[in-house]
Design a protein around this ligand. Structure first.
Ligand SMILES: Cc1cc2nc3c(=O)[nH]c(=O)nc-3n(C[C@H](O)[C@H](O)[C@H](O)COP(=O)(O)OP(=O)(O)OC[C@H]3O[C@@H](n4cnc5c(N)ncnc54)[C@H](O)[C@@H]3O)c2cc1C
Length: 396
């Protein structure tokens, strides 16, 4: 085993979360080893994503539709993530010279039947009362915004501040930015096989490269950002309940629809891109780490989208793919310090909102790393809220 010179911090996993965490740690003055199992950074969930930055849509009808303290906390975290986006995109583009499509045209959540329209109208009022931009629009107004909407549309919830970003371009720029950073030691094709601790603190990580060579990387801070695989990193003091949740999507030629907003509807959403593609997503499946695409699932997505944008039914299909979201039992991320092991921090479990939440997660982790108060309350995302402590694990 080769012992590498110590760095201040090791980041386990080079998805969008790991890349932005590494970048934020460097900005906080730390030297970082970013360790990624694959040949390229960001080739898993982060590049499979639709890139919606849509806390309000989630709050209106998704996982956060319930009114509870938990939903409110998550909405606050997600709004903080959304707020960071314009400056993140601007700084990554400037640093790397890469163009990142960031579309600020807003999101329209539509209803094809009256009950759902009522839910959206209630959500509009609740968001407006909270000071968020939201408006319920009737049938005519919805079709003025998006003329290709179905004649049977009852109305829609217009969310002007729920934007979207091209996740592939974003991840490419984040990867280039960290790779160019002198304070980052980047290791690809290298898997973290264990986190080591002594006397209640992390001491470093053991790694294994593709050719089987093993190394030891010493560090005082280890950030677990291994996405859906976070629970299988060995040596953690607790079992992390990060569950793989498969999502399939399809890109179609969207010229027939001419959408300008992200359009959310029952069973599918449509995300228009500047190159005239429309991304239709996404399934939510418990299928382990399987990433095969199945035609029935893709047909189902297109059929659901065609319920409210009928012309998409016959749009040319360009590509379909699948990715694995890092889910958790309560659908909240796991972000924050380990309560028992000093220097061990989690940045995982972002489920359907990892693109949205990556910048605020990175900012929070960097604040913890240098002893500052994180910009948001991380208590609801604590790693021990839904996991067991493993007895006798965590040493050597
Ligand atoms: C179809 C689909 C659509 C989505 N749409 C959206 C959306 O519109 N908006 C949104 O905000 N989110 C969306 N998401 C969710 C989002 O993609 C994820 O939450 C986010 O990408 C998670 O980022 P990550 O960096 O934690 O994980 P990943 O991108 O999966 O990165 C984890 C990395 O860790 C590496 N790794 C794993 N184990 C090890 C190890 N032991 N050692 C070293 N490296 C390791 C992996 O190789 C991987 O590169 C979507 C997801 C899917 C699948």
């Amino acid at each position: 085993m080769v012992y590498r010179g110590a760095v201040d911090a090791v980041v386990v996993g080079g998805g969008l979360v790991g890349c932005l965490v590494a970048r934020a740690l460097v900005a906080a003055g730390l030297g970082v080893a970013l360790i990624e199992r694959d040949a390229e950074l960001g080739s898993r969930a982060s590049t499979a994503a639709a890139g919606m930055l849509s806390p309000q849509m989630e709050a209106a009808e998704g996982l956060l539709a319930e009114s509870s303290a938990r939903a409110e906390t998550m909405l606050t975290f997600c709004l903080a993530g959304r707020d960071r986006y314009p400056s993140l995109v601007e700084s990554l583009s400037r640093e790397t010279g890469l163009e990142i499509e960031y579309r600020a045209r807003g999101t329209l959540v539509v209803a094809t039947e009256p009950t759902r329209a009522g839910v959206l109208a209630t959500a509009a009022a609740a968001h407006a009362a909270r000071g968020l931009a939201a408006e319920f629009v009737d049938h005519d107004a919805a079709r003025r915004l998006e003329p290709s909407l179905a004649a049977g549309i009852e109305g829609g919830l217009l969310l002007p501040d729920d934007h979207q970003v091209d996740a592939v371009a974003l991840v490419g720029a984040a990867a280039r930015a960290v790779a160019a950073e002198p304070q980052v030691r980047l290791e690809v094709n290298c898997r973290v096989v264990g986190v080591d601790t002594a006397a209640g603190r992390v001491t470093g990580v053991r790694t294994e490269r593709l050719d089987g060579a093993t190394d030891y990387q010493a560090a005082n801070l280890v950030v677990v950002a291994a996405g859906a695989w976070s629970g299988s990193v060995e040596g953690l003091p607790r079992r992390l309940d990060v569950l793989p949740v498969k999502g399939q999507m399809v890109a179609v030629d969207g010229r027939v629809a001419g959408l300008t907003h992200t359009v959310g509807g029952h069973g599918a959403y449509c995300v228009p891109r500047g190159d005239s593609r429309v991304l239709i997503g996404a399934t939510v499946e418990r299928a382990g780490f399987d990433v095969t695409v199945d035609e029935t699932a893709i047909e189902g997505l297109v059929a659901a989208a065609a319920e409210y944008v009928p012309v998409l039914k016959h749009a040319d299909r360009l590509r379909a793919w699948a990715g694995i979201r890092p889910g958790t039992p309560d659908a909240l991320p796991i972000v924050g310090p380990d309560p028992d092991i000093g220097g061990l921090v989690y940045a995982t479990g972002h489920y359907r909102n990892g693109i949205l939440l990556a910048p605020i997660t990175a900012e929070a982790v960097a604040a913890l790393a240098i002893g500052l108060e994180p910009p948001v309350d991380l208590a609801p995302f604590a790693p021990d809220r839904c996991t067991d402590t493993l007895q006798g694990v965590g040493g050597g």
